[in-house]
Design a protein around this ligand. Structure first.
Ligand code: DHB
Ligand code: FE
Length: 278
């Protein structure tokens, strides 16, 4: 049966792609940020997953404001890298795992989560940047299943619904017969806001509360409405919903393997966290 080894949460700021392309990893601005990924890379080397389930939000590449599924699951044989306008380098297409994708789609629909299934899906910076951070020296040695959450156009799914959706995905993965090693990768956040009077808003206290809750008690986050999360975390900080789905996939109690928090990268409070099911 498929096994879930653990979950990684990380920010997905496009400027990181520019820094990678220009080899700025040792530059004073970037060094503390890139050094923060050593522990997670070491953890991954010990785990050697076959598949990474990537929970992220599409930024207008596949879905725009005219059509925006709340939850969309990729079921493609491969995913082409593209972006919605940041001008960052793309990466080679990443192989999918359609069998696992359909197991997830069938499992969550059976549990009454009516997802959009996508047999064609392009991946943007929210998938490609985290993959490059985790496997800096070449193409990622894994297949992926991308799952896109609407964190863009209101009404957004509630934190409670996101945690429950993740739990249903986790059950579907654990019921999948092949002996696959699966890692969850949730991307986005933490606090950031691009627009309006609060542009540049960052909230380290709420970010710490989110990271602590993800590790110890994710249900604490389900007490916040999406409006409250936007107020506390910013209009784009609400991407924390992706992390809540990812945490749901892990299921019961977790052990925190490592955590790094660094502000700011571009407009964003960046974080990386690894959790293992206990
Ligand atoms: C930035 C952050 C994001 O989450 C994103 O999708 C795009 C840009 C930023 O901080 O620049
Ligand atoms: Fe984003």
């Amino acid at each position: 049966m498929a096994e879930i080894l653990g979950g990684i949460g990380t920010s997905h700021v496009p400027a990181i792609g520019g820094a990678i392309a220009r080899h700025l990893q040792q530059d004073a601005y970037w060094k503390p940020f890139f050094d923060g990924f050593q522990d997670v890379r070491q953890w991954l080397q010990g785990q050697r997953p076959d598949v990474v389930v990537v929970v992220y939000n599409d930024h207008g590449l596949n879905f725009f404001l005219d059509k925006l599924p709340t939850f969309a699951v990729g079921a493609a044989p491969s995913y082409t890298s593209s972006d919605e306008g940041w001008g960052i380098p793309t990466i080679a297409p990443v192989e999918g795992d359609p069998d696992l994708s359909w197991a997830i789609i069938e499992g969550v629909v059976a549990e009454e989560f009516d997802v959009t299934s996508c047999q064609e899906m392009r991946i943007d910076h929210a998938v490609t940047i985290p993959l490059q951070l985790l496997w800096p020296s070449g193409p990622p040695p894994v297949r992926i299943v991308p799952i896109s959450i609407n964190t863009v156009q209101h009404p957004l799914p509630s934190a409670k619904r996101c945690l429950a959706f993740g739990q249903a995905i986790g059950r579907a993965i654990r019921r999948h017969p092949p002996d696959l090693k699966v890692v969850v990768l949730a991307t986005g956040g933490l606090s950031h806001q691009f627009d309006g009077e609060r542009a540049g808003f960052i909230n380290p206290e709420f970010d710490a509360l989110c990271l602590n809750s993800l590790a110890d008690d994710p249900c604490r986050l389900t007490g916040y409405s999406t409006r409250e999360i936007v107020a506390l975390s910013g209009t784009q900080g609400v991407e924390i919903l992706n992390w809540i789905v990812g945490r749901g996939i892990l299921g019961g109690p977790t052990r925190e393997v490592c955590r790094k928090y660094h502000i700011p990268i571009s407009n964003t409070a960046s974080a990386v966290q690894v959790l293992e099911p206990r």
